[in-house]
Design a protein around this ligand. Structure first.
Ligand code: SAH
Ligand code: SF4
Ligand code: F3S
Length: 456
């Protein structure tokens, strides 16, 4: 790998000014991390960076395949790049990530987006410098279709976009094959990173001053299952919590089928993780959960929630909901609303089902009209608005610890951040507080955020 990095670097060094690269990430945090690794490689190859695609000499669209609208956006934006490339013939255009793990997508790029130079998937970091070199030397196209791979990517330095929030993948891939989901096909089977490497990385980040560590995996609760003598996720949490320093631990995502009391116990004990859990339920109907192949029931899910609430009545939860799985009935959807009322989430990320070719659900003849799905989405949002409007009031008068994200939308002197419970908090303060923990006394509640004032 280093050979090609050096070769590209020596070509780039002959230029008057370093060429610029633009990396655009679509999709989840894991993709953002991959984009940061690609930036690490580009930097070693002698590239600088720009946020403006038309200024760039090399553009990477690091894509997401989870929903159709994400894919459409990529193709739309590729259309814009065509115009830029007409002005600047030597521009190198690359498409990477989850979309390119689908043969039909690569075929579409091959036939209709001929100006794309390099197409590579989710596990091709070590080959990327070679492809850049070959294109610089005149190769017309590279289509790497080797598949998502079986390796754990190690040793690729990341150029991180934030100086205080860092994502750390703990595992790659997914074994669950929920019937609606493309991820297992584009990311391959589960493989865990060694605990020592994760802990070393977190320790290094904390020493550098990072304040939020986000542990990533499609199902962090199956962390370690593939490792010989591997530790499990609750133990990993405890070990990371024991690292000295002023930081918080977050993680995504937990699959309810593998979320046990040991996870809740670890959260209750680990002060750096806090009493908060993102636990995607997808549906509150047992028949839909079965058709989704989620392998838990609403009752089993609620048992975990109740156990957490029995440890701390203020334990907070967020979730993902998939609305309109093929042939979901009104009654089945009502079960989802009932579950939401029982849990009372602090936040819900809801998505209307999108058909993904290659998944089992794509074969179902879906009789539910799209308009009914949109109506369900409205109902769900209304219910969630009502719940947060009521529940956020309980924070008024309390003082919350908030990690400051930066300037708020309210103009000069306003700041925004997230509390331990992952709730948005808006308050007044100096922008120099960005990236620090502050104490904020909550003075007001809206249906999507809290207002407050600095307490010290
Ligand atoms: N591994 C995570 C989810 C990753 S995908 C988990 O199991 O929770 C993130 C979210 O995208 C999912 O929770 C689901 O709600 C949504 N999603 C997945 N496939 C989808 C599809 N075909 N259409 C719409 N939303 C989808
Ligand atoms: Fe997709 Fe299910 Fe895997 Fe999550 S657990 S990535 S929803 S298949
Ligand atoms: Fe999208 Fe791939 Fe993440 S499909 S959600 S970018 S794992």
């Amino acid at each position: 790998m280093d050979l090609y990095i050096e070769k590209v670097r020596s070509i780039n060094e002959k230029r008057e000014a370093p060429p610029l690269a633009h990396v655009h990430n679509y999709g989840c945090q894991l993709n953002v991390t991959d984009g940061e690794k690609l930036k690490g490689l580009l930097f070693k190859m002698g590239f600088g960076f720009t946020e403006v695609p038309e200024e760039a000499d090399l553009v990477i669209f690091n894509t997401c395949a989870v929903r159709e609208n994400a894919e459409e956006r990529v193709f739309g934006n590729l259309g814009f790049l065509k115009h830029y490339k007409e002005q600047k013939k030597e521009m190198i255009i690359c498409v990477s990530g989850c979309m390119t793990e689908q043969a039909d997508v690569v075929e579409k790029i091959r036939s209709s987006y001929k100006y794309v130079d390099i197409v590579f998937g989710t596990n091709a970091f070590d080959r990327f410098p070679k492809y850049v070199f070959e294109v610089l030397e005149g190769r017309k196209h590279v289509y790497d279709e080797t598949g998502p791979g079986k390796d754990v990517s190690e040793g690729n330095e990341q150029i991180r976009s934030s100086t205080f929030k860092a994502s750390v993948p703990i595992m790659y891939g997914c074994n669950n094959f929920c019937t609606y989901c493309i991820v297992p096909y584009v990311r391959g089977r589960e493989r865990s990173r060694l605990p020592e490497l994760i802990i070393d990385e977190v320790r290094g980040l904390v020493n550098e001053g990072y304040k939020e560590i986000m542990l990533l995996g499609q199902n962090v609760n199956s962390y370690g299952n593939d490792l010989e003598d591997g530790i499990k996720f609750p133990e990993l949490l405890r070990r990371i919590n024991a690292i000295e320093g002023d930081f918080i631990i977050r993680f995504m995502s937990s699959h309810p089928k593998d979320a046990g009391k040991d996870l809740i116990d670890a959260l209750a004990d680990c002060e750096k993780a806090g009493h908060f859990l993102h636990l995607p339920v997808q549906s509150g109907s047992n028949s839909v959960l079965e058709r989704m192949n989620r392998r838990y029931t609403a009752e089993k899910y609620l048992e975990i929630i109740d156990y957490a609430k029995s440890k701390d009545p203020d334990f907070t939860f967020s979730t993902d909901i998939l609305i309109g799985f093929p042939n979901e009935t009104d009654e089945e959807f009502e079960d989802t609303l009932k579950l939401i009322e029982k849990v009372r989430y602090s936040n819900i990320y809801s998505f209307i089902y999108s058909k993904r070719t290659g998944t089992k659900a794509a074969l179902i003849d879906d009789k539910t009209p799209y308009s009914a799905k949109q109506e369900r989405m409205q109902k769900l949002l209304e219910l969630q608005r009502k719940i947060t409007t009521e529940d956020y009031k309980k924070y008024i008068g309390r003082t919350l610890e908030v990690l400051v994200d930066g300037p708020g939308k309210g103009g000069e002197g306003t700041l925004t951040g997230k509390s331990r419970e992952f709730i948005i908090v808006n308050f007044r303060g100096d922008s120099s507080l960005t990236g620090n923990f502050v104490k904020v006394k909550i003075t007001g509640a809206r249906n999507w955020a809290l207002d407050g004032e600095l307490a010290d």
